[in-house]
Design a protein around this ligand. Structure first.
Ligand code: SAM
Length: 377
């Protein structure tokens, strides 16, 4: 498919259709038809147009990105997370089997006395809400997050509870404290930040000399393949082919690591932690139309991947441009967008009768700061 980038180039150069028409010796109506895809310019004109704008013919035709300079992913920024409170609230509902977390607390980490826990990148405090009822009475939870909307929501949620909590609005990488915590934990943060190792290093710094560091992250490969929807083919669902290029590019360009979950145990060892180990969250979501809370659970599960959003042609083209900027070919980017649209369409058509299985494959890495384990007993 040809996606002539003429309108974009014309606007960037602050030209009207009339002015560009004069430059290329065609009418403004012709420019308008080229721009809205009604007709395409004669192939012989392409070199002239691309030379005028100083781009390659491939870029003019949308085969390679117009933007030569890399546009960093913004998912490690305050601005990004400030707008994602409802997304976060929606997606936290299907992440854990509570009994599995109890198992970790009681049998793996053996936490038997009240602890001070620090949650780094706490969002609205979802981990606190999950953990505090399971921890020994008297345990205290501190959440840090750099997005004010998250901290405000956390404060208002916990205001109505009996729990002993503190929330701090701060960037973990700039945070300094003399206080040390028994357990320093984070969930779904390191995969979004640019330098996961430094973030983990800060977590280790905040941990008491006999405490535990816990990092919960998902590996994008597991996540993007852990899906079955009745009536759809596996090849329509498994999404990592083109994405691999995007992941590699983001790692190379901005040190943003989608497979960091697999590396964390090794980073923990490198940071001097003892008895480092890694487990996997055992939550598998199975949904059938007669299940209790079907609609709500479906919204939550498919909302996590934005399979509720139908995109306009312009939005799809913007996505393609972004994916190409992040290492995918036009074909891979188009295939990925088509695949996502296919899922969105299927969900819409069969909304009341979806049968699906979905698992994230969250990895839980942990290590002790002392060689003497089980000090929290
Ligand atoms: C995917 S959310 C996870 C939130 C929470 N851990 C949970 O699982 O519900 C990532 C969170 O990390 C926060 N975050 C990312 N980088 C941060 C940083 N450098 N310092 C503090 N918070 C950060 C974001 O604001 C966001 O709330």
């Amino acid at each position: 498919m040809i996606n002539l980038k003429l309108a974009e180039l014309r606007r960037r150069n602050r030209l009207t259709q009339q002015e560009l028409g004069d430059i290329l010796s065609v009418s403004y109506q012709t420019i308008s038809k080229w721009e809205n895809g009604q007709v395409s310019p004669d192939i012989n004109m392409l070199p002239q147009i691309s030379a005028y704008f100083g781009v390659s013919v491939d870029a003019l035709l949308g085969i390679v990105p117009l933007e030569q300079e890399y546009i960093p992913s913004d998912s490690g920024t305050i601005e990004y997370w400030s707008k994602r409170l409802s997304y976060l609230k929606n997606t936290r509902r299907n992440m854990w089997n509570e009994d599995y977390f109890e198992f970790l607390i009681n049998y793996v980490w053996k936490i038997e006395k009240p602890i001070e826990i620090l949650d780094c990148g706490c969002g609205y405090g979802a981990l606190g809400l999950l953990l505090l009822p399971m921890l020994p009475k008297g345990s205290r939870y501190t959440g840090i997050d750099f997005a004010r909307s998250m901290i405000d929501e956390a404060k208002s949620i916990f205001a109505g509870t009996e729990f002993d909590v503190t929330f701090i609005e701060e960037d973990i990488l700039n945070f300094h404290t003399d206080k040390r915590y028994d357990v320093v934990i984070s969930q779904a943060v390191l995969r979004h930040v640019n330098d996961g190792f430094s973030y983990l290093k800060k977590m280790v710094e905040f941990t008491r000399s006999d405490g535990i560091v816990v990092s919960i992250e998902c590996n994008r490969e597991f996540e993007s393949c852990g899906l079955h929807i009745d009536g759809m083919d596996y090849s329509d669902l498994c999404m990592h082919d083109g994405l691999k290029k995007l992941w590699t590019t983001e790692l190379e360009k901005q040190n943003r690591d989608y497979s960091i979950a697999m590396k964390i145990p090794h980073y923990m060892k490198r940071l001097g932690l003892y008895d480092v180990d890694c487990r996997m969250n055992d939550k598998v979501n199975i949904l059938e139309r007669n299940d209790k809370g079907y609609q709500e659970r479906l919204e939550s599960i498919i909302g996590a991947d934005h399979w509720t959003d139908e995109k306009t042609e312009r939005e799809v083209e913007a996505d393609i441009e972004y994916f190409m900027n992040h290492g995918m070919s036009r074909l891979e980017a188009e295939q990925y967008c088509n695949q996502q649209n296919g899922i969105v369409g299927f969900m819409k058509e069969h909304r009341d009768n979806i049968s699906l299985t979905k698992t994230m494959g969250l990895m839980i890495s942990y290590g002790w700061k002392t060689a003497v384990k089980n000090v929290l007993v």
